[in-house]
Design a binder for this molecule. Structure first.
Ligand SMILES: Nc1ncnc2c1ncn2[C@@H]1O[C@H](COP(=O)(O)OP(=O)(O)OP(=O)(O)O)[C@@H](O)[C@H]1O
Length: 602
C-alpha cells in the first residue's frame, strides 16, 4: 500500500529517518552521551587484552609484569562486562519504550486520521504496522542486535590502536574495509528495497488471509473456493518470492564480508613479519587486534540485513504515526442545536475514478428529516460520505451549521452515522449502547431503549440488556444490530444523524421496530436517511431522488408520488412484491430469468 495514503517515509535517508524517530520518541535522545560512553567502555574493555599480551611479551614475560598485567586485564574485562550489561539494559528499555509509544500513538492515529484516509488503508496493513512490523525490531534486539553499538565502538577503538601501532599495517586493513563498505552500501540499498517489498507483500498476504477467513461463509455458500484459493496462492507465492529475493543480496554481503576478513588477516600477518620493525609483542598484538577489528566488522556486516529489516518495520510504524490527523487542531466547533446542511454545486469522485456525484445543490433545514433514494450505484452512500467527511468533494462546497465542512473541528458525537451493518463489540447490548456517551450507565441504556420503544424487543432476548452480542454482533440479525446502533446513537444525542437503512435481512417485526425507533430518534434532529423501502421514505419530511449521481427530484413523498418521474416509478416498484427496484435495469433480466426458473420448478 499506501505510502500515498499514509505519510511517505519510503526512500527517506538515514538522517531523516533518525530525526523522525527522535521526534516521535524523544526519550531515545535522552542521555545519549551516557549511552555512547557505556558503548566506548564496553568496546575498550574488550580490546585491552591484546595490549596486555603485548606488554607481557615485550617485557620478557617477567613475573613482576605478568601479575599486574593480568590484574589490569581482568579489571578491564570486568569493566567491559558491567558497561555492556548497563548499555544493553538501557538500550532495550529505551527501544521497547519507544516501540510501546509507537503502538499507542499508532492506534490513536488510526482513530483520528481523516476518515477518507482510514477508508483507503486496508485494515490488515494498519494492524501489521502496529504488530508484526514493530515485532521485527524486538526480534532484532533479542537476536543479538543490541550488541550493535558495542561492536561499532570496538571497531573504532581497534582502528585507532591499529593506526597507533603501525599505520603501514593498518592501511591495507582500512583499504579493504573501504572497498567492502562501498560494495555494502550498494547492497544495503538493494536489501532495503527488497525488504520493503517483502513487507508490503507480507502485508498484502495478511489482508488476503483475513479476507478469506472472514469471508468464509460467503465463499462456501457461493462455491468460490477455487477463485479465493487462487488469489491466496498468488499472494503466498508473491510473498515467498520477495522474501527469497532478500536472501540473495544478504548472502552476497555475508560472503563478501568473509572474503574481506580472511584477506585482512593474511595481509597483516605477512606484512607484520615482512615489515620487521615491530616488536614481537606488537606483531602478536596486531594479529589479535585484527581479530578484534574483524569480529565486530563481521557482526555488523552479518546483522545489517536484520538491522535493515528492523529499520523497515520501524519506518512503517513511523509512517502511520506521522500521518497527519484528519482534522485541524484549531477547527471551528459545530454550532449547538440541530444542524442545517447546505451543498452548493457539489461533485465527488473516488481516487482515480470518474465523477460519481455531479453538481448537487441542496439545503436541508435544521431539524428536517430527508430521505435519499435512488437505484443501486446512484450515489446515495457517497452523499452520506460527503457529510461525514469520509470523502472530500472534488468540486463545490458543503456547509454544516453555516460553517464550511473542512473548517469544522471534530464532529464526534455531533454528526453520527448508523451504517447498514453497524459494528458491535463482543460484549453485552448494554456495553454497546453505553459507548454512545462517556459515563453512561446501564440505567441510561435501559431508559433509551424504553424511549425508542425497544423494550418489547429487549424482553425477547435471553438476558435482556446483558445479552452478549458475539463477535462483531454476529449473534444478532442485521436489523437487530441497527436497533442497538440506533439506541447508541440516541444516547450520543447528535445534531445530525445519517441513517443507512439495511437493505436485507429485516423481518417485518424488526422493520417496524426500526421505524419506531428511527422516528423517535429523528424527532427535532436533522436526519438524512438513505432509504431502500417505502416506509422510510414516507416517514421523511422530504425525499431527495438521485439518479446516476444527479439530484433529479426533491419534495415530500406524497407530492413526488403524484409527479411523473423516477420517484413514482421507484415507489410503484416498491409496492410491487418480488421486485427490487433498487437494482439497475441491466440486472433485472437475470432476476426475471430466476423467477421464471423458480416458477417452472414449482
Ligand atoms: N470506495 C469506492 N471506490 C470507488 N468507487 C466507488 C466506491 N464506492 C462507491 N463507488 C462508486 O460510486 C458510485 C456510487 O456509489 P454509491 O455507493 O454511492 O451508490 P449507492 O446509491 O449508495 O448504492 P447502493 O444502493 O448499492 O448502496 C458507484 O458507481 C460505485 O461504483
Amino acid at each position: 500500500m499506501s505510502t500515498e495514503v499514509l505519510a511517505g517515509l519510503q526512500g527517506a535517508g538515514p538522517r531523516r529517518l533518525i530525526a523522525t524517530m527522535i521526534r516521535v520518541s524523544p526519550r531515545l535522545r535522552q542521555g545519549l552521551w551516557l549511552t555512547f560512553l557505556l558503548a566506548l567502555l564496553a568496546g575498550a574493555g574488550r580490546i585491552i587484552a591484546p595490549l596486555t599480551v603485548q606488554h607481557v611479551i615485550d617485557s620478557g614475560v617477567a613475573p613482576e609484569t605478568v601479575g599486574p598485567a593480568v590484574a589490569v586485564g581482568a579489571g578491564a574485562v570486568l569493566l567491559a562486562g558491567v558497561s555492556s550489561l548497563l548499555l544493553n539494559r538501557r538500550l532495550q528499555d529505551r527501544v521497547e519504550e519507544a516501540l510501546a509509544g509507537l503502538r499507542r500513538d499508532g492506534l490513536r492515529r488510526v482513530h483520528d486520521m481523516a476518515a477518507s484516509t482510514a477508508d483507503r488503508a486496508p485494515s490488515a496493513d494498519l494492524v501489521t504496522r502496529l504488530t508484526g512490523d514493530l515485532d521485527q525490531v524486538t526480534t532484532f534486539l533479542q537476536g543479538g542486535g543490541i550488541q550493535f553499538l558495542t561492536n561499532i565502538a570496538q571497531l573504532l577503538i581497534a582502528t585507532g590502536i591499529l593506526l597507533a601501532y603501525s599505520w603501514q599495517l593498518a592501511l591495507p586493513v582500512l583499504l579493504i574495509t573501504a572497498v567492502l563498505l562501498t560494495v555494502m552500501a550498494w547492497t544495503q540499498r538493494l536489501i532495503a528495497r527488497r525488504f520493503d517489498r517483502a513487507r508490503r507483500d507480507l502485508s498484502a498476504l495478511q489482508s488476503a488471509v483475513a479476507e478469506a477467513v472472514l469471508g468464509g461463509p460467503l465463499i462456501r455458500s457461493t462455491g468460490s473456493q477455487d477463485r479465493t484459493r487462487a488469489k491466496l496462492d498468488a499472494a503466498v507465492d508473491r510473498s515467498r518470492d520477495s522474501l527469497i529475493g532478500t536472501q540473495i543480496p544478504l548472502h552476497l554481503n555475508a560472503s563478501l564480508g568473509e572474503l574481506a576478513i580472511s584477506t585482512m588477516t593474511v595481509t597483516v600477518l605477512l606484512g607484520g613479519v615482512w615489515w620487521g620493525r615491530l616488536s614481537s609483542g606488537q606483531v602478536v598484538a596486531t594479529v589479535f587486534l585484527v581479530t578484534f577489528f574483524v569480529r565486530p566488522l563481521q557482526f555488523v556486516v552479518q546483522s545489517l540485513g536484520e538491522a535493515q529489516n528492523a529499520l523497515t518495520g520501524w519506518r512503517r510504524a513511523l509512517e502511520l504515526v506521522t500521518t497527519p490527523p484528519g482534522l485541524p487542531g484549531d477547527g471551528v466547533p459545530l454550532p449547538a442545536g440541530p444542524v442545517g446542511v447546505r451543498l452548493d454545486h457539489v461533485s465527488a469522485r473516488y481516487p482515480g475514478g470518474p465523477p460519481v456525484l455531479h453538481d448537487v445543490s441542496v439545503r436541508i433545514e435544521p431539524g428536517e428529516h430527508v430521505a435519499v433514494v435512488g437505484r443501486t450505484g446512484s450515489g446515495k452512500s457517497t452523499f452520506a460520505k460527503l457529510l461525514t467527511r469520509r470523502l472530500p468533494p472534488s468540486d463545490g462546497r458543503i456547509h454544516l451549521g453555516g460553517v464550511p465542512l473542512e473548517q469544522l473541528a471534530d464532529l464526534a458525537g455531533r454528526v453520527v452515522i448508523v451504517p447498514q451493518d453497524p459494528f458491535l463489540f463482543d460484549a453485552s447490548i448494554a456495553h454497546n449502547i453505553r459507548l454512545g456517551a462517556t459515563g453512561a450507565t446501564d440505567e441510561d441504556a435501559l431508559r433509551i431503549m424504553h424511549r425508542l420503544g425497544l423494550a418489547d424487543w429487549l424482553a425477547t432476548l435471553p438476558d435482556g440488556l446483558d445479552t452478549r452480542v458475539g463477535v462483531r454482533g454476529d449473534r444478532l440479525s442485521i436489523g437487530e444490530r441497527q436497533l442497538v446502533a440506533l439506541a447508541r446513537t440516541a444516547l450520543a444525542d447528535p445534531d445530525l444523524v445519517i441513517f443507512d437503512e439495511a437493505t436485507s435481512g429485516i423481518d417485518p417485526g424488526t422493520e417496524a421496530a426500526v421505524q419506531r425507533a428511527l422516528s423517535e430518534l429523528t424527532r427535532g434532529r436533522t436526519t438524512v436517511s438513505i432509504a431502500h423501502r417505502m416506509p422510510v421514505a414516507e416517514a421523511a419530511d422530504r425525499v431527495l431522488v438521485l439518479a446516476d449521481g444527479r439530484l433529479v427530484q426533491s419534495g415530500p413523498h406524497h407530492v413526488l408520488l403524484g409527479e411523473p418521474g423516477p420517484y413514482a416509478r421507484l415507489a410503484a416498484a416498491w409496492s410491487r412484491p418480488g421486485r427490487d427496484p433498487a437494482l439497475p435495469a441491466r440486472r433485472r433480466p437475470q432476476l426475471r430469468v430466476n423467477s421464471r426458473q423458480a416458477r417452472q420448478k414449482t
